[in-house]
Write a protein that binds this ligand. Structure first.
Ligand code: ADP
Length: 492
């Protein structure tokens, strides 16, 4: 049966992106459409989106909603050329024609984020009404859209068009909860009754994600293990109790990846293509990577690559602690691509000067270099302290670049640990996020490279066979939509 799905999101690749959430919203609707559903996406028309100069159709009517002290109006622009998925852009310049999505460079969050995104949510609901789009499920993403779940369960229930709509809230990273001053409660049209410690209140502030979790008919996060971790009592995100209460209505669904963009068979960024059966091209990529980044050109030395944002979550501070010892004690080369924390940038920028020919770094953002590292390395290091899903380790598997990961969240769910007894597995895991465990696991991977060639070969073969395509994830989401609809009916 065809479901009518309205996806409200603060980001969508290729229109606006800061993280993995944008990739999900860029890919999932295409697969849902292929499954026969009527899916539409509603998102802000940011300055960056406008500058892309997309051909859009402006709807012939304005859309307005009550916000703060009066009515706020906007225009709706529709983009019709995204794989048959209509994308509705909410054009409100005072809210969205700004330098950033959530904040300006080097400044904190925009103080009016609750109003900006509250407006997006209300307008999305109003738009569906005006289009007479009888939504079965509103699919919400992260704190910016979570409040929709509360609107639907309160004043939204009396609406003839969307009064029966259910909601699914997808949480891409529990660290971002949308915590703002409680003065926003009346401005958003929320009742003070809902400013309650079980609903929207956290330490006398408004916590948008928390309220969304309470009201949504279904909640999910982006890997089963992460969904388990954030439910544990001592989890730092601090919402374990409320997630636990959702019982079976809080689950984990792994993200898919875009194999059209990330496959060694057809990657346009790498000097030679290769596949599971014809891997010769991988050596060409390795040589090219070594030459480009002034590493000693040698087919027979283990090369470890890593990519990522230099933020606490990603664990590069652990790498900084042990990398000198790794380079001194093991026959190995190392390359890193990333930006973020200044101290880590400086550290990794200088590393090649300390270990010429053996270490390389690219401090910056480069998609092309990311592809080269995936293709040219033998191992891919991802020591994240926590990881809701993670993409790079999944790309690495497809490129036959064995992941070395901390067994957490999506890393735990997508990498299968090497078993020395029989050569099964797809990568190398460590269970304690500390420098010693990281050092030892790198050593384990390197010794496998030199001493157990036949196992190395079977690990690569297994890795390249793994399939984390979006088709699979989309059918999981379909089940969540149905569950949300049932839960909504039961709640009455
Ligand atoms: P997160 O979304 O938390 O940053 P993911 O592993 O889910 O982590 O996705 C990261 C994506 O961003 C990957 O596609 C990765 O290649 C890319 N990326 C991160 N840092 C860089 C960089 N410095 N240059 C190029 N791509 C990068």
């Amino acid at each position: 049966m065809t479901l009518r799905i309205a996806m409200i999101s603060p980001e969508m690749e290729p229109f606006a992106k800061t993280g993995g959430l944008a990739d999900v919203v860029g890919s999932l609707p295409i697969e849902l459409k292929a499954l026969g559903h009527d899916i539409r996406v509603i998102m802000p028309y940011y300055r960056g989106t406008r500058l892309k100069g997309l051909p859009t159709e402006v709807l012939p009517f304005p859309v307005g909603t009550y916000l703060g002290k009066g009515m706020e109006w906007c225009a709706i622009r529709v983009f019709h050329d995204y794989y048959d998925v209509p994308v509705y852009f909410v054009e409100h310049n005072a809210f969205f024609d700004r330098e950033g999505i959530y904040h300006d460079n080097n400044m904190g969050d925009y103080y009016d984020n609750p109003l900006r995104f509250g407006f997006l949510c209300k307008i999305a609901m109003q738009l569906c009404r005006q289009l007479l789009f009888e939504v079965d499920v509103f699919h919400l993403h992260d704190w910016p859209t979570a409040v929709t779940a509360a609107f639907l369960k309160t004043w939204g229930r009396y609406d003839p068009v969307i009064g029966k709509s259910a909601s699914l809230l997808t949480i891409h990273n529990m660290s971002y909860q949308g915590i703002y001053a409680k003065e926003n409660v009346p401005d958003l049209g929320l009742s003070w009754d809902h400013f309650h410690r079980d609903i929207f209140e956290s330490y006398d502030n408004l916590n948008l994600l928390k309220g969304g979790i309470f009201f949504a008919d279904m909640v999910n996060t982006v890997s089963p293990t992460y969904s388990y971790e954030v439910r544990q009592l001592n989890h730092e995100a601090g919402l374990s109790h409320f997630l636990y209460r959702k019982g079976g209505n809080f689950v984990g669904v792994l993200n898919g990846v875009d194999y059209a963009a990330w496959s060694p068979e057809r990657d346009p960024f790498i000097p030679a293509n290769y596949s599971r059966h014809k891997r010769a091209g991988k050596m060409v990529c390795k040589r090219f990577l070594q030459r480009t980044f002034r590493l000693e050109e040698d087919d027979n030395i283990a090369l470890i690559g890593t990519i990522g944002r230099f933020v606490w979550q990603k664990g590069f501070q652990l790498v900084a602690r042990i990398i000198a010892a790794v380079l001194l004690n093991m026959r190995v080369q190392f390359i890193i691509l990333g930006t973020g924390d200044r101290e880590l940038e400086d550290f990794f920028r200088e590393l090649p000067l300390r270990f010429p020919g053996q270490a390389a770094s690219y401090i910056g953002f480069s998609n092309e270099v990311a592809h080269l590292i995936e293709a040219g390395s033998d191992f891919f290091l991802m020591p994240s302290l926590f990881e809701p899903c993670g993409l790079n380790q999944i790309y690495s598997l497809r490129y036959g670049t064995l992941p070395i990961v901390h067994a957490t969240g999506g890393l735990e769910d997508t990498v299968w640990n090497y078993n020395e007894a029989n050569g099964t597995g797809t990568g190398f895991k460590f269970y304690d996020a500390n420098p010693e465990a990281l050092y030892n696991t790198i050593g384990w991977a390197i010794s496998t490279y030199y001493d157990r060639k036949e196992h190395l070969f079977s690990l690569i073969q297994n890795a390249m066979l793994m399939d984390f395509s979006w088709q699979k994830s989309a059918t999981e989401y379909e089940k969540l939509y149905w569950q949300a609809i049932l839960n909504n009916r039961e709640r009455g």
